[in-house]
Design a protein around this ligand. Structure first.
Ligand code: SG7
Ligand code: ZN
Length: 265
C-alpha cells in the first residue's frame, strides 16, 4: 500500500481506487465532453483571470514532482466570474509520449483527445484558509483546463516553461524561472467553456473541483511538445530505475448523473 502511485502498472490508474477510495467515486475527472449533450447556460459569465498578467519581484518556481512539472503561482492571482473568490496556487501539465498521436490530454471532446493539457489550480479562499483544507471540501477547488494541440508555430508563452525543463530532469528538483504573463498560456476566448463538478485527476481524487474546460484550444509546436514529452524523468537522480515522465494523463471517467454546462449555444 502506501501512497506511491503511477499511471500504468501494478499501482496504475486501474488500481487507484484500491488505495484511494474516492478514485472510485461517481463524480470523477477527467471526462469526455459530449458537446451535443452539454446544456447551454446563458448565465455563465466569461472566466475572469485576476492578476494573471501582473509581474511581481519574485521569480516563479518550477518543480518536477515525479508526476508532472508544476509551477507555483503568487497569491495575488485568482479567478473571478465564479460563485466564490478563488486564489491561484499552481499550474501543471499532462502529456503523452508519441508527439500527441496517442493522446496526452485528460479531458477529451466528443471522444477526441489532444496532445497535452494545462491545469491552473485555485482554491476557494472565501470559505477556506488554505488548499489542503479546501481540496477535501465540495467546490473547494476551481481548475482551469486548456487543451493543447500541435501546429507549426512556436508558442512563446509555453516556451517560458519548456526552456527550463533541462534543469529539473529528475523528481524532486526545482528551479527559479523569470516571471511571465500567465494569462498568455490561456486561449484568447475566455467566454466559451464547459463547466461541471468533478475531482482531482490524481490520487486521492477528492471530488472537490469545479472544472472549467475551455472550448478554444491553444497550439504549441511539434518541437515544443517533443521537449515536454522527453525532458523529464519520474524518479530521483540517484535511482537507477528512473523512467521518462510520459503519459501522465488519466483516462475519461463515467459522467454518471452529472450535467455538463456550456457557456455558449
Ligand atoms: C498533479 O495534479 C499535481 C498535484 C495536483 C494533482 O499531480 O500538480 O499538486 C500537488 C501540489 O500535489 O493536486 C491538489 C492538487 O493540485 C491534481 O490536480 S488536477 O486535478 O488539476 N490534475
Ligand atoms: Zn492536472
Amino acid at each position: 500500500a502506501g501512497t506511491h502511485w503511477t499511471y500504468t502498472g501494478s499501482v496504475g490508474q486501474s488500481h487507484w481506487s484500491e488505495y484511494f477510495p474516492e478514485c472510485g467515486g461517481t463524480k470523477q475527472s477527467p471526462i469526455d465532453v459530449k458537446t451535443s449533450q452539454a446544456k447551454y447556460d446563458p448565465s455563465l459569465p466569461p472566466v475572469r483571470p485576476l492578476g494573471y498578467r501582473q509581474l511581481g519581484q519574485e521569480p516563479f518556481t518550477l518543480t518536477n514532482n515525479g508526476h508532472t512539472v508544476e509551477m507555483s503561482l503568487p497569491g495575488w492571482m485568482g479567478l473571478g466570474g465564479l460563485p466564490w473568490q478563488f486564489t491561484a496556487v499552481q499550474l501543471h501539465l499532462h502529456w503523452g509520449s508519441r508527439g500527441g498521436l496517442g493522446g496526452g490530454s485528460e479531458h477529451t471532446i466528443d471522444g477526441h483527445g489532444y496532445a497535452a493539457e494545462l491545469h491552473v489550480v485555485h482554491y476557494n479562499s472565501e470559505i477556506y484558509s488554505n488548499i489542503s483544507t479546501a481540496m477535501r471540501q465540495r467546490e473547494g477547488l476551481a481548475v482551469l483546463g486548456v487543451l493543447i494541440e500541435t501546429g507549426e508555430d512556436t508558442n512563446p508563452a509555453y516556451q517560458n516553461i519548456i526552456n527550463h525543463l533541462e534543469n529539473i530532469k529528475h523528481a524532486g528538483q526545482r528551479t527559479s524561472i523569470p516571471a511571465f504573463d500567465v494569462q498568455s498560456l490561456l486561449p484568447l476566448s475566455l467566454e466559451r467553456y464547459f463547466r461541471y463538478n468533478g475531482s482531482l485527476t490524481t490520487p486521492p481524487c477528492y471530488q472537490s473541483v469545479l472544472w472549467t474546460v475551455f472550448a478554444e484550444r491553444v497550439s504549441v509546436s511539434h518541437v515544443q511538445l517533443r521537449k515536454l514529452e522527453t525532458a523529464l524523468f519520474s524518479g530521483h537522480a540517484e535511482e537507477s530505475q528512473s523512467l521518462p515522465l510520459q503519459d501522465n494523463y488519466r483516462n475519461p471517467q463515467p459522467l454518471n448523473r452529472r450535467t455538463v454546462l456550456a457557456s455558449f449555444p
